[in-house]
Design a protein around this ligand. Structure first.
Ligand SMILES: C[S@@+](CC[C@H](N)C(=O)[O-])C[C@H]1O[C@@H](n2cnc3c(N)ncnc32)[C@H](O)[C@@H]1O
Length: 241
């Protein structure tokens, strides 16, 4: 993502240390304290931060963490977060942390079980085969994600790239993970209710492109809850016949 650099970004980030985390490693194992015991949902590669800002304003019961490796994007996301929380009359975005970090080393940012949900929204597809290892759904990344997720842990994947989607479904299967809610056109019947679009998604949807989506059940409780819901829906269906 190419961005024009604003003046004073480094200073801006340092001045907003309630929201911006420049030395995330220091919080490893202490995220629950910062999140005040709330579940932690993280977007890996948040870009300009529209999604994470909107989600955190709508869901004060969750602590959101947006991660990107470019400081300019952290600033854009920070400015966006203040703007969106203001619109919601929420004051300071106190259930949001924006972290400058390379996901390559994610196990140095989070201790095992610290995260409940990971959003992979429009991750770079790295279409060349020789770059497959750079895709965030390559098993080498997924193994790290499984480690940092808790028993209710899930991964939500959204992409415009059919090749990344296919690759990801295979990676999940290779690691024995259960993938549900697989859709090849998330917006076919209109945007789902309560759905928060990302910047990339808005652009692709505007161009009429299909969006691929799935949810991956990682933790044992996530699997059990899903199975319970499926059983309850089946029983309801039977009772109505
Ligand atoms: C294509 S953009 C998607 C942005 C946003 N999620 C959206 O849907 O609008 C991918 C983002 O992931 C970030 N990213 C890619 N690899 C990363 C890594 N290893 N560590 C941190 N951020 C990364 C990029 O800087 C970029 O902002």
């Amino acid at each position: 993502m190419r961005l024009r650099r604003k003046k004073g970004t480094k200073e801006w980030l340092q001045e907003h240390d309630q929201l911006i985390i420049l030395e995330g490693r220091k919080l490893r194992g202490k995220w629950q304290e910062r999140a005040k015991g709330k579940p932690i949902h993280a977007e890996f590669g948040m870009g300009k931060g529209g999604f994470i800002s909107e989600m955190s304003a709508r869901h004060p019961e969750i602590h959101y963490i947006g991660i990107d490796r470019y400081d300019e994007l952290l600033r854009r996301s920070g400015e966006k977060a203040y703007e969106v929380h203001e619109q919601y009359g929420r004051g300071e975005p106190d259930n949001l942390s924006l972290v400058l970090f390379n996901i390559e080393h994610i196990e140095e940012l989070f201790a095992p079980g610290e995260v409940e949900r990971i959003y992979l929204n429009f991750s770079d597809p790295w279409p060349k085969k020789r770059h497959a290892k750079r895709r965030l759904t390559h098993p080498r990344f997924l193994r790290k994600f499984i480690e940092i997720l808790n028993e209710r842990g899930e991964i939500y994947l959204r992409t415009d790239s059919v090749s990344l989607f296919e690759f990801s479904l295979n990676s999940f299967a290779d690691l024995g993970l259960r993938t549900v809610e697989i859709t090849f056109d998330l917006h076919r019947d209109g945007t789902p209710q309560g759905h928060v679009m990302t910047e990339y998604e808005a652009k692709f949807v505007g161009q009429g492109m299909p969006i691929y989506h799935c949810r991956v059940l990682v933790g044992s409780e996530a699997v059990a809850t899903y199975e319970e819901q499926v059983r309850a829906a089946w029983e309801e269906d039977q009772a109505a016949r």
